[in-house]
Write a protein that binds this ligand. Structure first.
Ligand code: GRF
Length: 226
């Protein structure tokens, strides 16, 4: 399966994909890397591995060029890995069901327009959430909105900075995204949903119900809604 990766930033997720699928017998090959930022680390990482690259303009209608590039390189699956430019609707329509995005939080929370990079983790911390995570989803016409194919939780610890949460989340992205792409390659779009469990093993323990001692210690407003 030939994969195109679109990225705007450091490209560490691209690197995880390049490393995961480096062997000749790997089920997928990273066949093209596209960026809207000429200075993107992703383009340098791709070039270092001899993977074809393409830069697209920051403004204007890039749909014809994107569609032509994907066809020219015989791409089967498109992966958005830290791609910060909106994908034109014509491209989303043409690639529906064959275009994935990785998001550094548990969608549908902490997603949508303007919710990218450090802002996501700052919003998670500000909310008081104790769990964040990684979501891989199919791309539709809205930001961070299409069908979710895999998620994995990451703890938020008291006193965490956005950088600490980002690093913990990114480490999971680097495992989950290649796992989803491998599942896509082996079994197709319909079968990717169980790949998070396969990548990480079964969860150590299912979520525990509140125990009675804890519930007794809660303020009345909380126990009443139990
Ligand atoms: C990742 O956290 C990704 O989820 C988000 O942007 C970051 C990109 O990191 N959309 P990198 O460019 O892959 O290092």
């Amino acid at each position: 399966m030939r994969v195109a990766v679109l990225a705007s930033g450091h490209g560490s997720n691209l690197q995880a994909l390049l490393d995961a699928f480096a062997a000749p017998a790997a089920p997928a090959v990273i066949a093209l890397v596209i960026s809207n930022k000429a200075s993107s680390g992703a383009l340098a990482r791709a070039a270092a591995r001899g993977v074809p690259t393409a830069a697209i303009a920051e403004s204007g209608d890039d749909a014809p060029r994107l569609l032509a590039l994907l066809a020219e390189h015989a791409i089967d699956l498109v992966v958005l890995a830290g791609y910060l430019k909106r994908v034109p609707e014509a491209v989303v329509r043409a690639w529906r069901g064959r275009m994935l995005n990785v998001h550094p939080a548990l969608l549908p929370a902490f997603g949508g327009p303007g919710m990218y990079g450090r802002r996501v983790h700052e919003a998670v911390i500000a909310s008081g959430a104790r769990v964040t995570g990684v979501t891989v989803h199919l791309v539709d016409e809205q930001y961070d909105h299409g069908p979710i194919v895999a998620q994995w939780p990451v703890p938020v610890r008291p006193g965490d900075t956005a950088e600490q949460v980002a690093a913990r989340v990114l480490a999971v992205e680097h495992q989950l995204l290649p796992a989803v792409v491998a599942a896509f390659a082996r079994r197709g779009a319909a079968a990717v949903c169980s790949c998070a469990d396969e990548a990480f093993g079964p969860r150590a323990e299912p979520p525990r119900p509140l125990d009675d001692a804890l519930v007794a210690a809660l303020p009345p407003a909380i126990t009443e809604t139990r």
